[in-house]
Unconditional design. Structure first.
Lengths: 253, 426
């Protein structure tokens, strides 16, 4: 039994279904993620990854069970949990009419930072993510890769204890992917727990230490990547993924 | 407070970069207010200031025809041009087109003869009824030959009836004069003295007229006094395209999702949008009122006279703007796409403005439409502005119009909050 204090995320007996009864239904789902872990959540389209992340961030409310972040119930202590949490959605969730600096000023303030903290963090992040030269240009003129970096910078401006990333490198070039993965590893070394989902399984192998495979709303495998590959006698995560989830097309309507 | 301020700054920046939205909110109403004021001013001047150009073709060679022309001239509402007596209808029609005359009157060639005959008949009947021998009694020749009035179809029905009334009055004067003269001559066997004739015919009761205003001051309404407030209100409510679009954009771009994972209630965001766009509506009012005051006189339009109660004007403007912003937020919360927001927003504004009396004043509407007008927030905005601009009232005198406006704004706010909760956005 893992001590509660060492858990970043504790999902217990989770039940959820959409109001229209379509989509994924979780029933009695349990999942624990350790503090400081680099955790990957993988699964085919429609398996329930995004729904589980939405429940973890408080965007959706569970019908049964509970989700705790660092010991705080997501449903009951929403405001407190939001201070601990950073979220990088798959969509470009910022204002494209604004520059990176203007976006960071706004989201930093809403994350609870002071003016001085915002300035310091903005300079630091733009430097690390290679956006210093375009700091005052409108984001709508940026390439997809640059927008991904802005999306990431906003998610981490308040140095969250837990960072949830929903496909943070989709549609970017190799350089940008490396830059993002390197930065995420640095963040993790400083203590941030990473919860990451992606279809880029080779990238996931580089980034994550622990993974869970989800299919049809159920966790079908959970453990360190090393132990999972050994247990299932597979060479890489992609082969493990195909073995556990099959080769049939998945239509996520 | 820092969160609110940062949201206001963000919303102002987003708004400032929305060129199309700004154009819709400023350029469109400015063009509308100038064009429509100009059109209404021309009509207003035609009716109230300029004399109606009239062509008169007097085919009568006698004295009554001349007297009728003189009487028409004395009415004071016509600018008369006399045509040669042999003009036919086609030439008359061509002359009206050439001279822009909206009316032409043809006096028939037997006009004097018929007036004389009718006056003798009337005088004879009068003397008989007094028990006197009527020297002038003769066989009744019937009514005086009718005048013919041709008019341009653009002439409004109400104006045409006024013209007919004025002509009837001039005609009555000519007939009465002749009857009086005949009657006097038959009794006294000498002509009616000119002085007595003048006294008898011109002894009219005096009518004093005065506009109704709350303080009795005389400030005649003009096209600017109606159009400037009307199109300012229209412009304020047109923020629905930009503000509603901004709410929809946040929802569809996923910004809502990010904002919901931050430790700040989204209502702060809604509040900041309202402050930013309320400022826009106040700037709209300042710009359009300034045009009315300073630009209109330069381009030949009547200038806008500001009401005495400037504080009242500010309060009415702020509350009108707040109601407009509340409506826009409400539309934005429920619209799923930009297309829905823009189409519903624009169409609803046009309908609410028409129903609310911005295009046609509500006093011209029938009873059922007047009742419906009460449901348009723009109606209460306009009534409040009317109270200040046309009646020169004060804030206290328009408070009755402001209460429904405030209630409507609160209802829009509550509906928007309910919509946000229903969609799990707050």
């Amino acid at each position: 039994m893992v001590a509660r204090e060492s858990l970043a995320v504790n999902i217990a007996n989770l039940g959820f279904h959409y109001k229209d009864n379509e989509g994924v239904v979780f029933s009695g789902l349990n999942l624990q993620i350790q503090k400081g872990e680099r955790f990957g959540l993988f699964g085919p389209n429609g398996a329930g990854k995004t729904t589980l992340l939405s429940l973890t961030t408080g965007l959706l409310r569970p019908a049964e069970g509970s989700i705790q972040l660092l010991g705080h119930d997501v449903s009951k202590e929403h405001s407190l949990v939001n201070k601990l949490l950073g979220f990088v959605p798959q969509d470009f969730s910022f204002y494209q009419e604004l520059s990176p600096v203007e976006n960071l000023e706004f989201f930093g303030a809403w994350a609870g930072l002071t003016k001085h903290q915002i300035k310091t963090r903005t300079d630091e992040l733009l430097q690390i993510l290679g956006l210093q030269d375009v700091r005052n240009k409108h984001v709508d003129k940026f390439s997809g890769g640059m927008k991904r970096r802005v999306n990431l910078a906003i998610g981490v401006i308040h140095e969250p204890a837990i960072l949830i990333l929903d496909e943070p490198t989709v549609g970017v070039d190799v350089q940008t992917r490396h830059a993002i993965v390197d930065y995420l590893v640095q963040l993790n070394k400083k203590g941030t727990t990473l919860i990451y989902t992606s279809h880029q399984l080779s990238e996931a192998e580089d980034l994550c230490k622990v993974a869970a495979l989800i299919d049809d709303g159920k966790i079908v495998a959970h453990g360190s990547i090393e132990s999972l590959l050994e247990e299932h006698k597979q060479k890489n995560l992609e082969q493990l993924f195909l073995e556990l989830t099959g080769k049939e097309f998945r239509n996520d309507v | 407070m820092f969160k609110l301020w940062s949201a206001i700054v963000k919303d102002s920046r987003v708004l400032w970069r929305d060129g199309v939205g700004l154009a819709l909110m400023f350029i469109m109403p400015i063009v509308l207010v100038i064009v429509i004021t100009d059109i209404q001013n021309s009509t207003f001047n035609l009716i109230n200031k300029n004399k109606l150009p009239v062509l008169i073709c007097n085919r009568d060679t006698g004295v009554s025809g001349k007297q009728l022309v003189e009487a028409i001239n004395k009415v004071g509402m016509f600018s008369i041009t006399q045509l040669p007596k042999n003009q036919d209808e086609k030439v008359l029609s061509d002359s009206m087109k050439k001279t822009d005359a909206l009316l032409s009157i043809v006096i028939p060639d037997d006009f004097t003869r018929k007036v004389m005959a009718k006056s003798k008949t009337t005088a004879g009947k009068a003397l008989t009824s007094f028990g006197l021998q009527a020297d002038s009694a003769q066989k009744d020749l019937g009514d005086v030959s009718p005048l013919k009035m041709y008019y341009n179809p653009v002439l409004q029905e109400s104006l045409r009836l006024s013209v007919k009334g004025a002509l009837q009055s001039a005609l009555q004067l000519v007939e009465s004069r002749q009857t009086l003269r005949t009657l006097y001559f038959d009794i006294n066997e000498k002509p009616l003295p000119e002085k007595l004739e003048g006294e008898m015919l011109n002894n009219k009761a005096v009518i004093h007229d005065a506009p109704v205003s709350s303080n009795g001051s005389v400030k005649p309404p003009n096209a600017a006094q109606h159009n400037v407030p009307s199109w300012t209100i229209f412009a304020m409510f047109f923020v629905v395209v930009s503000l509603g679009g901004s709410v929809v954009r946040e929802k569809t771009s996923g910004s809502y999702v990010r904002l919901k994972t931050l430790p700040t209630n989204y209502l702060v965001g809604m509040f900041s949008k309202q402050i930013a766009y309320l400022a826009v509506t106040i700037v709209q009012a300042i710009v359009i009122f300034s045009l009315g005051i300073w630009l209109f006189p330069v381009i030949g339009l009547p200038g806008l006279n500001l009401p005495r109660d400037v504080l009242g004007l500010f309060v009415v403007t702020v509350l009108s703007g707040w109601c407009a912003v509340s409506f826009a937020i409400c539309v934005g919360v429920f619209a799923e796409t930009h297309q829905q927001n823009n189409a519903f927003g624009a169409i609803s504004i046009v309908i609410l403005s028409a129903v609310g009396g911005l295009m046609v004043p509500t006093f011209n509407m029938d009873t059922s439409l007047k009742t419906i007008a009460n449901f348009s927030p723009m109606h209460w905005c306009l009534q409040s502005y009317y109270g200040l601009f046309l009646e020169d009232g004060r804030l206290s005198t328009v408070i009755g119009y402001l209460i429904p406006l405030i209630l409507m704004a609160i209802v829009f706010q509550l509906i928007a909050i309910w919509g946000l909760k229903r969609k799990n956005l707050i």
